[in-house]
Design a protein around this ligand. Structure first.
Ligand code: ZN
Length: 129
């Protein structure tokens, strides 16, 4: 499992990649270049829409990858009973946009409670019997 910290060097690389995408998006929006009638506000709208789409795609991909760490059953944090894990879509507002998280959630019939394996510190990759 990663430490959770992305290095400054890696973040700079990601910014350079995104800047390259910005150039491609500008060409996509205005294949012949923006005419003199295109305002800065209109250019900004194209860039802002692209940014929110990038945020959504990145957040949904990263949280989706995390959700794969959980098995079909996870132990209840209260009683330890293995409970089936389902997926629940949860729309969220995140910095720079909105994303829909595919969140693992389980219900313990013994404790009569729902729990989120991602919030209980469940170990990743542990073996099962
Ligand atoms: Zn329980």
């Amino acid at each position: 499992m990663s430490s959770g910290k992305v290095s400054d060097r890696k973040l700079k690389e990601i910014e350079e990649i995104a800047a390259g995408w910005g150039k491609l998006l500008a060409q996509e929006a205005f294949p012949n270049g923006p005419g003199l009638d295109v305002t800065l506000v209109q250019m900004e709208e194209v860039a802002a829409r692209a940014c929110t789409a990038i945020v959504r795609g990145a957040i949904e991909t990263m949280t989706g990858e995390q959700a794969k760490h959980f098995g079909e059953e996870e132990p209840c944090p209260t009683c330890g009973r293995l409970c089936p894990v389902m997926r629940k879509s949860r729309p969220m507002t995140v910095r720079g946009g909105k994303a829909t998280l595919d969140e693992p959630v389980a219900h313990c019939p013994t404790c009569r409670r729902d729990f989120f394996p991602s919030a209980t510190g469940a170990e990743v990759g542990r073996s099962r019997v």
